[in-house]
Ligand binder design. Structure first.
Ligand code: SF4
Length: 385
């Protein structure tokens, strides 16, 4: 058994553990464990500095999870875009391929709570149907292997999936969505990276939310991936009490770059049953973006996005930098709120911004299509007219 597997076996993973280690009331602990599984491996647990700190909030269950009845279990409508059980096919050229329900830590804010931790919902049985679906759709050129956490699979199983994808001629890019470099960096072994680098181009998207997660162990894991030629990007979730502060976010982004990880997305928290207490107003996210841009290198700035409820996909949000127009000049402000005018090249009515606005207005104001009836229609009384 490898070290990471031994560490997993030593996880806090039951209501009983919550009672004994953290003094939870038994009934509450059992309810929380039933709603969403508990697993905190010893490495991530060791990052907690005090009760209620940003690490604690992400991994220790909270009674608030039980109060959130009116929120959806599948906020992004992944099931609606799922042609076979393991695949979400939302965008034309790429798919999400769910390969396991297991994670080395069950994050309390997880969007996929409805499936994660339940091996009946994301099962090995579905993997072949996922590969078959991808093979039958030549428009798919990019596959994101996710879960759960795909690095919970053994190297042998993971290689079967990746080599299966590489055997499909139209699959160009393979991405792994994994939280392991952050929550259990011991999972990144030389054996694993030797296997992965055989199947380039491989990308890894990982998930750090707080600078305390950027430990020497995490740095080593990310560097091993980078040394194997695997670009590593990071997706953070904006969360109340965890990272809803510009200084914390700046420190996180700078530390990620030092670990050779490129900040990629900052997600507005989804509206998920049992995780709603993490949400912040959008103005908080915009303010953080405003305080980062210009105050650190553009390399450190992720795209702030809302994953549109119901399956609309990622929508980028930006603080307002374009203030208006003055004739052919665009009025802009910089990160210090100094105002500048940029003489535009296009004529006003051809400017892309104006074109976009018009396109949007046309869509919004499009009249309902007139229903065309055949000349002879049947009336309610059965007569034709
Ligand atoms: S690792 Fe990812 S899939 Fe697993 S619980 Fe955390 S956020 Fe959810």
């Amino acid at each position: 058994m490898e070290l990471w597997q031994e560490m997993l076996r030593a996880s806090v993973d039951s209501g009983k553990d919550l009672v004994e280690r953290f003094g939870f009331d038994k009934e509450l602990a059992d309810k929380l464990n039933t709603l969403f599984h508990i697993r905190i491996n010893p490495y991530y647990l060791s990052l907690i500095r005090y009760q209620g700190d940003p690490i604690w909030l992400q991994c220790i269950p909270d009674a608030k999870e039980l109060e959130e009845d009116n929120f959806p279990l599948d906020p992004l409508n992944e099931e609606g875009d799922s042609p076979v059980p393991s695949i979400t096919h939302r965008y034309p050229d790429r798919v999400l391929f769910l390969t396991t329900s297991q994670c080395s830590m069950y994050c309390r804010f997880c969007t996929r709570k409805r499936k994660v931790g339940d091996s009946g919902k994301i099962s090995m049985r579905f993997i072949q149907s996922g590969l078959d679906y991808i093979a039958a759709h030549p428009e798919i050129r990019d596959v994101i292997i996710s879960g759960g956490d795909p690095l919970m699979l053994t190297d042998v199983m993971l290689e079967k999936i990746i080599s299966g994808l590489r055997a499909i001629p139209h699959v160009e890019i393979i991405r792994l969505g994994t939280k392991m470099p952050c929550v259990l960096p011991q999972r990144i072994t030389q054996k694993l990276v030797r296997m992965l680098k055989k199947y380039h181009p491989i990308y890894v998207n990982t998930h750090f939310n707080h600078p305390w997660e950027c430990t020497p162990e995490a740095k080593r894991a990310c560097e091993m991936l980078a040394d194997a030629g695997i670009p590593v990007g990071n997706q953070s979730v904006l969360m109340k009490g965890v990272n809803d502060d510009a200084d914390v976010m700046l420190e996180l982004m700078r530390k990620l770059l030092m670990m050779r990880v490129k900040p990629y997305y900052l997600y507005q928290a989804d509206i998920t049953k049992g995780a709603n207490h993490f949400r912040t107003p959008v103005s908080v996210g915009l303010d953080i973006m405003d305080k980062m841009r210009g105050h650190t290198s553009g390399l450190a700035i992720p795209a702030y996005v809302i994953d549109a409820p119901g399956g609309g996909g990622k929508i980028p949000l930006l603080p307002k930098y374009v203030l208006g127009r003055n004739g052919n000049n665009i009025i802009l402000r910089n990160y210090k709120y100094d105002i500048y005018q940029y003489p535009d090249v296009e004529e006003e009515d051809k400017a892309p911004e104006v074109q976009l606005e018009r396109k949007f207005m046309r869509k919004r104001t499009k009249p309902a299509r007139k229903k065309v009836y055949p000349k002879e229609t049947v009336r309610a009384d059965g007569q034709t007219k």
